[in-house]
Design a protein around this ligand. Structure first.
Ligand code: SF4
Length: 262
């Protein structure tokens, strides 16, 4: 691994840690740590959390401006994939191994959207493989679907180097294709997995802990934000909240719910 990769991996680790705090409902960090572990009442806004909010806001604005572009109607997913081609519309195109478009039923009732491909997804060309992907598959099955019956994709189709945060211009370049996919599939409901996907799709900087649990509107389609499966692997006690979110989605789709076995 070269020095560049090491740098990006360090940034990505810090980002994952901060996102984990954010997903847990912590909105800031103390500027000057004192002896002992600060309790929830002692947290204050930090330059780091401020930077994240600014990034999120500009990413939301980027997604919103992409959505404002007039889109072709009546497209198939195959036509959208052909239009992407060997896409180099943003800088991520140069570093990817495989463009990860999405998998599943092109007329799925339910669409799951994550952030961007990770290392394994980039190599295999499929979203949500690996441990987090296996957990997502278990969630899908618990909802009464086979993985092939739903559609799974990411907001960004190419892997950011070292899994760093996508830049606003990268979100802007790729968001139009995300919306075109949604229009082609026309699902009855969308599940946004994790902070980034929810913020990018909804054009907000609210943390996932505040967004989840209620339906939002994405171009006329009900969208339920929930925790990312990778977050659940590190925080299995939060699975119950995800199951509550998925029960609401099942209710919207008219699927009877059964008790979750964990
Ligand atoms: S991330 Fe999206 S816009 Fe950027 S190169 Fe990949 S497919 Fe194209």
């Amino acid at each position: 691994m070269g020095p560049d990769d090491s740098y990006f991996e360090t940034i990505a680790s810090l980002r994952r840690y901060l996102e984990e705090l954010k997903e847990s409902g912590v909105d800031g960090l103390p500027l000057l740590p004192e002896a002992g572990v600060p309790g929830p009442d002692s947290v204050a806004p930090s330059p780091l959390s401020g930077t994240g909010a600014a990034d999120s806001l500009s990413m939301a604005e980027a997604a919103g401006s992409a959505a404002a572009v007039p889109l072709p109607g009546g497209e198939t997913l195959g036509e959208i994939r052909s239009d992407l081609g060997e896409c180099r519309r943003c800088a991520l195109g140069a570093g990817r191994t495989t463009l990860v478009f999405g998998v599943g039923n092109p007329k799925a009732r339910l669409l799951f959207v994550g952030e961007a491909p990770g290392r394994e997804e980039d190599l295999r060309g499929e979203p949500f493989v690996g441990e987090a992907g296996q957990l997502l598959t278990r969630i899908i099955k618990a909802m009464g679907f086979a993985r092939e019956e739903v559609y799974i994709c990411n907001v960004l189709k190419c892997r950011p180097p070292g899994n760093r945060n996508p830049l606003p211009e990268e979100v802007e370049a790729c968001s139009t294709f995300m919306l075109r996919q949604v229009r082609a599939i026309a699902p009855e409901a969308i599940v946004a997995l994790g902070t980034f996907a929810a913020q990018a799709l909804l054009g907000t900087k609210e943390p996932i802990s505040k967004l989840r649990g209620v339906f939002h509107d994405y171009h006329g389609i009900p969208l339920m934000p929930t925790f990312h499966p990778a977050f659940l692997l590190r925080n299995p006690e939060r699975k119950r909240e995800v199951w509550e979110d998925m029960k609401q989605v099942m209710g919207r789709l008219g699927i009877a719910t059964t008790p979750h076995k964990g």
